[in-house]
Design a protein around this ligand. Structure first.
Ligand SMILES: Cc1ncc(C[n+]2csc(CCOP(=O)(O)OP(=O)(O)O)c2C)c(N)n1
Ligand code: SF4
Ligand SMILES: [Mg+2]
Length: 369
């Protein structure tokens, strides 16, 4: 396997532009933005961090990795199939990172980053934009960050399909249970019978549980953290970025302006570590034979762990930690690269016949829709 080391390190002060911060005082989005920056900086020095920069196949055959990927750890399977990767070790630079957001208070995060690539997209569309970017240029470390309305309401369809596509990228939801930007209406994660100061009446529908939704949608990495638990969130983001496949992190987030129920005070006393729910829990799938059992266990734990009613006092509580990680599933771009060749489309000359063919067939598909 070819390895490249890049010496230039990223600095925290390179990344954030405080002049464009217009979030309300105390908004949890600050903690999320800070945590993403810290995670990126720490990843530049993390010896376990690798980023795929190219794919190549020694034998030139189009091996069906989707099938062989079911037989073991993803990296072993890829190598056995005569499929190799060229990786960067220990070398995340600003020019390697692509941050994509949708629309909402959370989405304004892209305005505040400097030097990395950013794309402030449309409401609900952060995922298809991020997926397209990654498939066209798998050299990039792609992070998509969305509001809970953005990701699970208008963008719910994309969320559902992102799991099974399993493109190597990291997805965060800023879960403040309201539509912050449009003045605090309930979002899909608002729990039934809850009423914030911004709602006219209590919610009459059941809330979406983002953790069970993600496990059901076959995300290969599912974790929960909290906007103001920066140390935990930084570690969770780093683990998610290192995971090969789509990582989903639900970030419980305070919105002091509209959500007076799930406040920092609430999370300080009612957010626990997942180990307190099950001290022996092991979320990692290492071989295919344990996949179904571990997914079922993760689902059961996620049902409790998102916002259960504590059996003793009847009050809400939540649990942060890693709920599920599947090391056996292949990222989609491994398979995609075998179909289109080993150079990402974004790196090819505009006249490259293969590029013309792929782009042409995409246009043809859209024309027929
Ligand atoms: C297609 C479309 N529909 C509706 C809107 C109006 N709109 C803007 S942000 C938003 C909701 C934002 O809530 P959420 O995604 O939870 O993000 P938050 O502001 O809470 O971070 C809505 C409905 C829009 N901009 N575009
Ligand atoms: S409305 Fe809520 S989510 Fe939006 S900036 Fe203010 S505190 Fe943050
Ligand atoms: Mg929201």
């Amino acid at each position: 396997m070819e390895k490249t080391t890049i010496e230039k390190k990223m600095k925290y002060s390179d990344l954030n532009d405080p002049d464009v911060n217009d979030w309300c005082p105390g908004c949890g989005d600050n903690g999320i933005r800070t945590s993403i920056s810290k995670a990126m900086v720490e990843l530049t020095n993390d010896t376990e961090y690798t980023r795929t920069i190219a794919f190549f196949s020694d034998n030139g055959k189009s091996t069906d990795l989707a099938v062989s990927g079911e037989e073991g750890h993803v990296e072993d399977v890829a190598l056995q199939a005569g499929f190799d990767r060229s990786e960067v070790h220990n070398g995340l630079r600003t020019a390697d990172v692509m941050m994509v957001t949708g629309i909402g208070c959370s989405a304004k995060m892209t305005n505040q980053f400097r030097k990395i690539y950013t794309f402030h997209s449309l409401h609900g569309r952060a995922l298809p934009v991020a997926q397209g970017i990654k498939l066209a240029n798998w050299d990039l470390e792609v992070i998509a960050s969305m509001g809970d309305g953005d990701g699970l309401g208008i963008g719910g369809n994309h969320f559902f399909h992102a799991g099974r596509k399993n493109i190597d990228m990291t997805v965060l939801i800023h879960d403040n249970q309201v539509y912050g930007l449009t003045k605090g209406q309930q979002s899909p994660t608002m729990l039934k019978d809850m009423k914030t100061k911004s709602m006219a009446a209590p919610a009459i529908k059941e809330g979406v549980n983002p953790l069970t939704a993600a496990i059901g949608a076959q995300f290969t990495f599912v974790a929960q953290s909290y906007s103001n638990a920066v140390k935990h969130l930084v570690e969770t983001i780093k683990t998610g970025v290192k995971h090969k496949g789509t990582s989903f992190i639900n970030v419980l987030q305070t919105c002091p302006t509209y959500n007076d129920i799930f406040t920092d005070k609430f999370f300080k006393t009612r957010l626990h570590d997942l180990s307190e729910l099950d001290e022996n829990y092991d979320p990692v799938v290492r071989s295919l034979d344990e996949k179904n059992r571990k997914r079922a266990e993760a689902y059961a734990l996620a049902e409790e762990g998102y916002m259960r009613l504590n059996p003793e006092d009847g009050e809400r509580e939540s649990f942060k930690g890693l709920y599920y990680q599947d090391l056996t599933a292949l990222p989609l771009e491994y398979i995609w690269s075998q179909k289109i060749g080993t150079t990402p489309l974004a790196k090819r000359d505009i006249t490259d016949p293969e590029r013309k063919k792929v782009v042409g067939s995409l246009f043809e598909t859209y024309r027929r829709l």
